[in-house]
Design a protein around this ligand. Sequence first.
Ligand code: AP5
Ligand code: MG
Length: 219
Amino acid sequence: MLMGPPGSGKGTQSARLAGIYSVPHVSTGDTLRAAVKAKTPLGRQVAETLASGGLVSDALITDLVRERLAAPDMARGCILDGFPRTAAQAETLDTMIDPAELIVLLLAASDEDIIHRLASRRICDACGITQSIQDDTDYPDGCPYCGGNLVRRDDDHPDIVRRRLATYAAFATPVIDFYKGRKTFHVVDGLQSAEWVTAALCGHIDADVTLMRSRTARF
Ligand code: AP5
Ligand code: MG
C-alpha cells in the first residue's frame, strides 16, 4: 500500500511497481475520477467532493475496495494507491486482508514541492499517462505516447491543491500512528528522482516478502 500527500508520487510509483511485480494497480482516486467522467451514479455522488478536495465517505470507499479486492486477479496481491486514508479505512482494511501480508510505504514530500509538482502535472485525456511540463509550450503535439490532449486534473488548481493538502494533514497522522509500530511500515523520500524512489520501494518490498515467506515456510 502506498500512502503520502497529494503529488508525492503514489500514482507514478504504483504504476511502476504494478509492472515490476505483475500485480494490479488499484487507485481509488483513478476509479472515482473515471466514474465522474462517465457520469455514473457513483460519479454523480462523488463529483462535488473530488472537486472540493475533500474525502468521500469511508463507507462508500471501503465498499468499492472490498469489491475490487475480491476479484480473481488479486490472487498474487496488488498495489493499493490512495487507500486507506483515514484510521477507519485502515481498520477496515485489516479485516479484508491478512494484516501480516500488508506492506505500508509512505512517500514523504513537503508542501512547497508538492504545489510546484502539481502545477506542472498534465494527464493525457486519451491514454491516461501523467507528464510533468516545464511550461505550456511543452508538447505542442500533445501526448508524446498517443497524441491525446494533455490536460490539467480538475483538482490540480492551486486553491484545491491547498485544500487537498489540508485534508491530508487532518487525516494522515492517525493512519500513520495506526501502522508505524509494524515492521512492514517504511518511509521513503518522495522528493528523490522517480528511479531512486522505485529502487527504495522495491528494496523494502523484496525484504518484507522474503521475511513473510520465511515465516510461512517454518509452519
Ligand atoms: P487521488 O487521485 O489519490 O489523489 P491524491 O492523493 O491527491 O494524489 P495525486 O494522485 O494527486 O498524487 P500522486 O501521489 O498520485 O502523485 P503522482 O504520481 O501523480 O485522490 C483524488 C481524490 O479522490 C481525493 O482528493 C478524494 O476526494 C478521493 N479519494 C481517493 N481515495 C480516497 C479514499 N481512500 N478515501 C476518501 N476519498 C478518497 O505525481 C505527481 C506529479 O509529480 C506528476 O506530474 C509526476 O510526474 C511527478 N512526479 C512523481 N514522482 C516524481 C519524482 N520522484 N520526481 C519528480 N517528479 C515526480
Ligand atoms: Mg495519484
